[in-house]
Design a protein around this ligand. Sequence first.
Ligand SMILES: *[C@@H]1O[C@H](CO)[C@@H](O)[C@H](O)[C@H]1NC(C)=O
Ligand SMILES: *[C@@H]1O[C@H](CO)[C@@H](O)[C@H](O)[C@H]1NC(C)=O
Ligand SMILES: *[C@@H]1O[C@H](CO)[C@@H](O)[C@H](O)[C@H]1NC(C)=O
Ligand SMILES: *[C@@H]1O[C@H](CO)[C@@H](O)[C@H](O)[C@H]1NC(C)=O
Length: 357
Amino acid sequence: MKFLSSSLLLTSVAVVYGGSIPAFIPERTSSLDTPLGISFPALYDLRQPLASSTDTGTGSWWAATYLKSSNNTNYLLISHLMTAPGLIRASLLDLDTLSLYKQFYIPIVNVPAISVGGLLNVSIPTQYGFKAIGSDGLPAFHTWAKDPQFSYNITFQPTSPIIYNAGAGGFLLGLAPTYQYSVPSAFTTGTLQIGDGEELTIDEDNSFTWFDRQWGAGLPLTGNFTWFHAHLGGGVKLSIWAADSEIPYQRTRFATVRRADGALDVRAIEFEPDYSNGGYKSTRLNNVVYATAWTVKFGEEALRIESVRKDQEMVGSVGLVSTYTGYITVKGKFEGDAVDAFGSTEVIDFKNGAMVV
Ligand SMILES: *[C@@H]1O[C@H](CO)[C@@H](O)[C@H](O)[C@H]1NC(C)=O
Ligand SMILES: *[C@@H]1O[C@H](CO)[C@@H](O)[C@H](O)[C@H]1NC(C)=O
Ligand SMILES: *[C@@H]1O[C@H](CO)[C@@H](O)[C@H](O)[C@H]1NC(C)=O
Ligand SMILES: *[C@@H]1O[C@H](CO)[C@@H](O)[C@H](O)[C@H]1NC(C)=O
């Protein structure tokens, strides 16, 4: 009986959700370094951090691809390369049924020669690659993987006005700054294969990638953080941070709002995790329960954010390398408009330490 009722529940959830998958329309802008035709007062040039040789602390290249495949199935595909600790990982969620969820994780002790002429070029033969392609401005990127569970080979172009997080592309997190810029809706092409199934082609008119580059020594190592990104209507993109650190004491809460024309606003927020549904207990980390629903308030207005599937934990070993990372829905009100949007979250809890693999 128990089995019967939970499988019925799963089916009805999938049907309800399946009806509301949005179209993943990429942005197709050409000039990024100078949205609005002026130079943003960022802390770095966009090209500068493309190789990790300049990184102190952690370096992260993170790509979340929202895609429609050639057989009309929608997926969230995440491809992540990180240095210190070195890891490669990926996850795949079928957004139509929410029942197909796969992931793999490969620790890498020494990240192989990462930089060629100042550009990222990582390749672990037969397993994984992430590289920058292009000679000036912000390049395009290739990321690919071959795993028994799923394989992919995607290329995304920098066709989306940049989010310099916190306005200038960096902020204090724990004891040190972190630097972060995001390309929220990059034009994406490529292929995806599940197991040894047919090779699916990405529908380039209905797919895009959020690329996130983050580096630096800043982390709330005595606490945790929750990050969201969201794709609202009218070309509004949100990158939302809540981070708690005990030493030094910090309660970081802000959203960087990017407009269709590239303009940025930084806004204060309030952040409330909602554990009333029990959250999701980490399968790997002791005593870590992730919230899977949250409220983010902008003054009088609130957004209700929910993970669409409880298990979206990308499992590594401890701290930094196990994260709750997955697809979210975002509903409520923002700047007077009703919101029915989507995005992704990443939650990291450092309770059990950070760097030990
Ligand atoms: C990138 O690395 C691969 C192998 O790791 C190498 O074959 C290739 O030539 C490199 N690309 C460039 C542009 O140097
Ligand atoms: C990925 O696709 C590109 C073409 O878009 C191709 O040049 C490259 O060899 C492919 N990589 C792998 C590992 O299949
Ligand atoms: C599309 O192909 C994938 C992989 O073979 C499969 O899992 C999925 O169910 C297919 N979608 C449809 C709508 O048939
Ligand atoms: C950190 O975790 C605690 C529960 O242990 C939670 O109350 C708090 O909201 C979390 N903070 C963030 C920023 O996720």
